[in-house]
Design a protein around this ligand. Structure first.
Ligand SMILES: Cc1cc2nc3c(=O)[nH]c(=O)nc-3n(C[C@H](O)[C@H](O)[C@H](O)COP(=O)(O)O)c2cc1C
Length: 367
């Protein structure tokens, strides 16, 4: 069905096609009954203190303002991440700012956090919230000076923690000038330390613990990644999301879109993301990793899990493969679990990781 539709969708400018897809998903969500939320199947995962029916989530940026959550939940995802939202609504960068590289199964975007603002998302989540874990990804407004960035993230935490199962601190969009500087050790410690205090205060006040995930870039040197991971090892976050889009340009051919500035996602990112996942896993074996970047099929998903991810997300794969990609990946993961003679994903991964490297370390996530 999507194969037949895709040529038509791809004749539209990418942002118009995306808007059409969101509207269709919203309409679908209104008529489609909520999906089963039973836990305990072969792909069930318990992580971040939350039960996931399966490990495959929707990555941030697809539904920034939470407009189509029911429809997206009905596609079979195990969780959804909305945002990035900023304290105040902002238009983002001038168009065009989203480009398809169809041959490479990739996108380049420089949207720049176009979003309706945190209060609008809070109102949406208050009004309609499907029964699966929802992560909320927060960022800073473009015109907030970098040395006041902490204020924006604290505002985001205060407004959205009441409606989020976990919050993601986005330090890694390449399209907000200076944002990635927040990944430098001192800045990261300051920001995450402040949010850690807000998290503790919320727990004291309401008894609710809202886990904090940190979303990192794929564009590090060995040293800069090690320095950030050393800060994260200080207990300032509950999960790492690896990775956001890349500003590098691994072999993209010579089409005009390949030269566009912005963040590259999709197939050319797969290996780079996996490399980062594996380095985070080695450095922080006790912190759950949400693996994202270039997942286009079940094998990509499986390899991200083997590299150390406990949960997964995708975005660009959905644009090229359509909504059928979600059940296809889930079926492929179930096959791999059973092929290894195991009953559930956790056991299958432990066995497969053991086989891969006798030095592989335990992860605190329970499946
Ligand atoms: C059009 C577009 C918009 C995105 N917007 C956001 C965003 O607002 N916040 C964020 O953390 N990541 C954003 N991302 C990054 C994705 O969440 C994901 O990390 C990245 O695309 C790699 O995954 P993929 O290869 O499956 O797309 C965006 C990606 C795309 C393609």
């Amino acid at each position: 069905m999507y194969k037949a539709l895709r040529p038509w969708l791809f004749r539209l400018p990418p942002e118009i096609a995306h808007e059409a897809a969101l509207r269709a998903l919203r309409a679908y969500g209104a008529v489609r009954p909520a999906p089963a939320t039973a836990t305990g199947g072969p792909l069930a995962v318990q992580a971040l203190g939350l039960p996931f029916t399966n490990p495959l989530g929707l990555a941030a940026g697809f539904d920034k303002n939470g407009r189509a959550l029911r429809g997206l939940a009905a596609l079979g995802f195990g969780f959804l991440e909305v945002g990035t939202v900023t304290p105040r609504a902002q238009p983002g960068n001038p168009r065009p700012r989203l480009f398809r590289l169809a041959e490479q199964r990739a996108l380049i975007n420089r949207l720049g956090f176009n979003n309706a603002g945190m209060e609008s998302l809070a109102a949406r989540l208050r009004a309609e919230r499907p029964a699966l874990p929802i992560g909320v990804n927060i960022g800073k407004n473009r015109d907030t000076p970098l040395d006041r960035a902490v204020d924006d993230y604290r505002l985001g935490f205060a407004a959205l923690a009441p409606y989020a199962d976990y919050l993601t601190v986005n330090l890694s969009s390449p399209n907000t000038p200076g944002l990635r500087a927040l990944q430098e050790p001192e800045a990261a410690r300051l920001l995450l330390g402040a949010l850690h205090e807000d998290q503790a205060a919320l727990r004291r006040r309401s008894g609710r613990y809202v886990p904090i995930a940190v979303k990192i870039a794929p564009d590090f040197t060995q040293e800069t990644l090690a320095a950030l991971l050393a800060v994260l090892a200080e207990g300032l976050c509950d999960a790492v999301i690896a990775t956001n889009t890349t500003v590098s340009r691994p072999t993209l051919g010579h089409g005009p879109a390949a030269r566009e500035p912005g963040g590259l996602s999709g197939a050319p990112l797969t290996t780079l993301s996996r490399e980062i996942i594996s380095r985070v896993f080695k450095a922080l074996p006790d912190i759950p990793i949400i693996g994202v970047g270039g997942i286009n099929n079940a094998e990509d998903a499986w390899q991200h899990l083997l590299a150390g991810a406990s949960l997964l997300q995708l975005y660009t794969g959905l644009i090229y493969e359509g909504p059928g990609l979600v059940p296809a990946i889930l079926a492929g993961l179930v096959e791999r679990v059973h092929a290894g003679g195991q009953d559930n994903l956790g056991e299958a991964l432990s066995a497969a990781r053991r086989n891969l490297s006798s030095g592989s370390r335990p992860n605190t996530v329970k499946f």
